[in-house]
Design a protein around this ligand. Sequence first.
Ligand code: R5P
Length: 314
Amino acid sequence: MKKILLFSGRSNEPFAREVAAHLKMPLGKIVVKDFADGETYVNIVETVRGRDVFLIQPTGFPANHNLMELLIMVDACKRSMAGRITAVIPYFGYAKQDRKADVHEPITARLVANLLERAGADGCLVMDLHADQIQGFFDIRLDFLYASSVIVDYFAKKKLKNLVIVAPDIGASKRARSYAKRLHAGLAIIDKRRPKPNVAELLHLIGDVKGKNCLIVDDEINTGGTVVNAAKALKENGALGVFAACAHPVFAGDCMQNLEKSEIKEVVVTNTILLQKEKQIKKVTVLSVARLFADAILAIHEERSVSALLNSAK
Ligand code: R5P
């Protein structure tokens, strides 16, 4: 396989530049812009013939726009005879629609995986998918990374006393158990129900949090309802300090106000999604996962193990 070529879409260019800097290479020349009617125009300015191409584009808000931009970039590279195309999608949008929760619903996560393959991607590199089962939606190569690789280190350095890791719902319990193991902490689980989309209702708290520092871990924070309600329940049950961490700061709707007003002392996220100025509040700490992605890109290019980078971060 000929040399690596990296390109960035418009959804998180600072992240792509950081990855490129770690790899000590420039980003490839590409023109991405909108036509007057809102359609997307892409032109790969340099030759990609035979090259190992990596396209960096998380598909967060506006999800449809960013996804379409990525698909068009893949198509442009395919038609320009790229040797191999890997879509690097630090935040894989539409992941929450991974099953039919109601009879006539689509499985949009599967549709997105199909679209990427049909457009011509040979593989994808993602971080903290909403659910591990989504791996099965891809018939092309799928490599995945975990934000816990950097989040665990951050909290280990804080040396919080009497730490309990909290899963804000049953689905998050595997992730929470792994954090608890690596941070030598206790474990608590919250039983959450969603009476309707974007509304999180808490039912029970399993575990002892009285007088403890609690760290709620999740894949993403969307409206903030899940972590804010969890923090409230933890405080009502005697928790000392409450922290929250997730890979993807989706931060939609009233999330920032919800987080500001909440019992949470600090919210630790990564840079898979670019945070606009108004979302960069004091309570939010952003950790970079660019080096991890750079290492994974190099490993994929050199046909080396990507799982070796995970550091038992499952
Ligand atoms: C859902 O199961 C996810 O893991 C997150 O808990 C959810 O997306 C967070 O959403 P929100 O912040 O709107 O409660």
